[in-house]
Design a protein around this ligand. Structure first.
Ligand code: LMR
Ligand code: MN
Length: 428
């Protein structure tokens, strides 16, 4: 504890160290000892730090936000003290940001980032950490300005390069520029740059620029770094060891009843979809920038395991079928939606976010010359028939026909997921 102990704390160092020893396994006792010290030395940085740490641990054990708030308040108090050693200031600020992010208090975290930057103005890493908080709460322009500042002084800072490249790709859609920043950043191998998100968007930018071979090399490199499950399966929210294959046969899944219900009722389902389509403005444009050309819209019935009550009122038969299948109705990592695609549409090759679901398509109105490729295999839809694929694998869609195509998309939990996973996985 040498470097976190200031001159005054040195005079009581033995007592501090003794109390510290008890923090993990004898937390209540440690708090008592630190409280006793604080009676006499109310602004002793290490006494406050010890107490905050103990409360932090206790909060975790008891899963108590109230206790965690008390810990955070003390962390903040330490940052305002006069004689805090650098190492303690850093440790406390780091942990404080970490816990504030955990509580979703990004605004408060940003104040702490600023304290760090003020105290260590030459340290790029604190500015980079602030970038991350800004991006989490979508204050992209704040992040952008900070990154530009850093890169003007340190043009080879890997962390800043990949984050700037990420913004150029995902916000500005500046593909060429994003490629150079992402490539240069990744090549530094600096901490934080070997990350699936940067490989994902670098490959995607290259693919959209027509550099398919280079894109595949990025993906294969990503597989070597364990960022992707395979060169084609590039979802980033994964459960380990689930069987992964692009196309699934009906018999390989336990959802026969769903398929039968969908296929037996496909004409009624189509009627519901078309009646919504005939009312203007109910279908929403695809919003994830996956489309190259054309027009592609969706009407959502379930998402993240929640029923869209208003939309379901317009499609009662369809929704009743989904509600009768817990692995569709409750698929918190997927959706059920109608998908309409107009002639001349091309959807870029892309991967869904998670390997936890399979995607069932029911063909409702399928004109000729409409295709979907998943990994290496191209198929087409048939009216009244389902097929099943895993959309965490790269897929691409074309509509070269002359009238709109309508399908119902139903996501279901991956058949190998355990029920505890289905209950506890975060929604997507
Ligand atoms: C996709 O999942 O990206 C597409 O298959 C959706 C669609 O409407 O074909
Ligand atoms: Mn897709």
């Amino acid at each position: 504890y040498e470097n976190i102990t200031n001159k005054d704390d040195y005079k009581i160092k033995e007592k501090l160290d003794e109390a510290h020893k008890n923090i993990q396994n004898n937390t209540a006792y440690a708090i008592k000892l630190f409280d006793a010290l604080l009676q006499n030395y109310s602004s002793s940085p290490r006494s406050l730090y010890g107490k905050a740490q103990a409360l932090d641990i206790l909060a975790d054990k008891k899963r108590s936000n109230d206790i965690l708030q008390k810990a955070i308040a003390i962390y903040l108090q330490i940052l305002t003290l006069e004689k805090v050693p650098d190492a303690l200031f850093e440790t406390v600020a780091d942990r404080c940001i970490n816990r504030m992010r955990f509580m979703g208090n990004y605004r408060s975290a940003i104040d702490v980032h600023h304290k760090l930057i003020e105290r260590f103005p030459e340290e790029t890493k604190y500015k980079n950490q602030l970038v991350v908080s800004y991006l989490i709460i979508n204050r992209v322009n704040k992040a952008r300005i900070l990154l530009e500042e850093t890169l003007s002084k340190h043009p080879n800072d890997g962390f800043a390069l990949v984050h700037y490249g990420f913004i150029l790709k995902t916000i500005d859609n500046k593909l060429n520029e994003s490629v150079s920043y992402l490539q240069k950043g990744i090549s530094t191998k600096a901490p934080g740059v070997i990350d699936g998100r940067f490989y994902f968007h670098l490959g995607d930018a290259l693919a959209r620029l027509g550099k398919t071979k280079e894109a595949m090399e990025v993906y294969e490199d990503g597989v070597k770094h364990n960022l992707f499950l395979s060169k084609y399966q590039r979802s980033l929210y994964n459960v380990a060891h689930l069987k992964g294959q692009p196309w699934w046969k009906k018999e390989e899944t336990p959802y026969a009843e769903l398929y039968t219900a969908l296929e037996n009722n496909w004409q009624k389902i189509r009627e519901e979809g078309i009646s919504v389509l005939n009312k203007n403005g109910l279908f929403q444009s695809e919003s994830e920038n996956l489309k190259d050309t054309g027009d592609w819209k969706q009407f959502e019935l379930f998402a993240r395991g929640q029923k869209n009550v208003n939309n379901c009122k317009k499609c009662p038969i369809t929704c009743r079928i989904i509600e009768s299948v817990p692995d569709a109705r409750g698929c918190r990592r997927g959706q059920t939606k109608f998908s309409v695609m107009h002639p001349g549409t091309h959807v870029w090759p892309h991967c869904g976010p998670t390997n936890c679901r399979l995607r069932v398509h029911l063909g409702l109105k399928v004109p000729p010359q409409t295709y979907i490729r998943v990994a290496d295999e191209v198929r087409s839809w048939k009216n009244g028939e389902v097929f099943i694929f895993d959309d965490s694998f790269e897929h691409e869609v074309w509509h070269n026909g002359t009238s709109f195509r309508l399908v119902l998309i139903v996501d279901v939990w991956h058949p190998e997921l355990k029920s505890v996973d289905k209950r506890s996985l975060s929604p997507i």
